[in-house]
Ligand binder design. Structure first.
Ligand SMILES: Nc1ncnc2c1ncn2[C@@H]1O[C@H](COP(=O)(O)OP(=O)(O)OP(=O)(O)O)[C@@H](O)[C@H]1O
Ligand SMILES: [Mg+2]
Length: 322
């Protein structure tokens, strides 16, 4: 069996498709000198702005950051946010096709930050139209012959209205399909290879669990109900637990050194698993790499691509100790 380091090296040759809810993360930084005369709120004098790919776009930039090939498909508006996103994605080495719907606003999350403190977050979003959702399915189908794994990043923004067809097309093409789910109805993910809810998302569909035995029962029930190959519950500071259809249960404890900002950890998890499965790694190898990578990104501010060198160093260490 290959070492984790060998798998990581192989991941540079992965060809993947990421489809889902793309977003633009905007940050406005500035100082607060006074309170507004209009309302009891601080006035921020903006001195610096930053933009980063978010949501499915962050998943894609995590894959491209490994040197791997990634095509990103998603819906966007016909606006300057979509232009920014396209520019950022190209710069990050992500192949992208943003289907632009003039009736949509590109999803933007704007944070106003002063002295390392977020003062407010302002979200811009609109629900996708049925036509553009159809377009996304067609674009996916056209891309399947070129990739070795399909990653679905659902942030519940409505772009994945036809996710059922995307999952089944990917599986019919013989590809692993990995889904980061949202909402309280997972039936459209039926037949996926793996879904990766966080603890809260899992409890929303499966109900609360009191102990590990109950978690395992609920996980196996969901696997059976949705005909999944496996289910990964990500558990923040507790790490992550993988359940496979054959009854295998593997828990990996979290391994962050310092936790600065957990934003985007889930994106990194699904990106690493997708790229690993695309080059034939086992699910267990994939989650070890994903857990190490997530432990790194929580030490960085905002949603970022995991730095490859840092990940390589961590995996080399893990290979020596296992
Ligand atoms: N506080 C933390 N301490 C250590 N590791 C963490 C922490 N939060 C997240 N991680 C790592 O990141 C992984 C995914 O985090 P989490 O379970 O919070 O997913 P998520 O809620 O989907 O994240 P996101 O904020 O991207 O939506 C965890 O399994 C763990 O490896
Ligand atoms: Mg998540």
């Amino acid at each position: 069996m290959n070492s984790l380091m060998q798998v990581l090296e192989g991941m540079a040759r992965a060809r993947t498709l990421v489809v889902g809810d793309v977003m633009l993360d905007r940050y406005w930084y500035g100082g607060v000198e006074r309170i507004s005369p209009e309302a009891p709120v601080p006035v921020v004098a903006v001195s610096r702005a930053e933009e980063r790919p978010g949501g499915a776009a962050n998943v894609a930039q995590n894959i491209a950051g490994l040197g791997a090939t990634c095509l990103l498909l998603g819906l966007a508006g016909n606006d300057d946010a979509a232009d920014s996103l396209a520019r950022l994605l190209s710069a990050a080495g992500v192949g992208h096709r943003l289907l632009r719907d003039p009736l949509l606003n590109t999803t933007v999350k704007l944070r106003v930050v002063s002295r390392n403190q977020q003062l407010i977050r302002i979200d811009f979003e609109t629900k996708a139209t049925p036509d553009s959702c159809r377009g996304l399915v067609a674009a996916c189908q056209a891309a399947l012959s070129d990739v070795a794994a399909v990653i679905v990043s659902d942030y519940g923004k409505g772009g994945l209205n036809h996710v059922r067809e995307i999952v089944s097309a990917g599986r019919k093409a013989g590809l692993p399909v990995i889904v980061d789910p949202k909402g309280d109805d997972y039936s459209p993910y039926q037949g996926a290879t793996l879904i990766t809810p966080n603890r809260k998302e899992f409890e929303q569909v499966a109900g609360r669990f009191q102990d590990e035995a109950q978690l395992e029962r609920k996980a196996q029930d969901l696997i059976a109900e949705l005909a999944l190959q496996a289910l990964l519950v990500t558990r923040s500071e507790e790490g992550m637990t993988l359940f496979e259809r054959d009854g295998t249960r593997v828990h990996v404890p979290a391994r962050a050194h310092e936790v600065y900002d957990v934003t985007g950890a889930g994106d990194t998890v699904i990106a690493m698993i997708g790229a690993a499965l695309a080059v034939g790694a086992s699910l267990i190898q994939a989650i070890h790499i994903a857990n190490a990578a997530a432990g790194i990104v929580v030490g960085h501010l905002g949603a970022v691509a995991v730095p490859r060198a840092e990940l390589a160093a961590l995996l080399a260490l893990e290979d020596r100790t296992t």
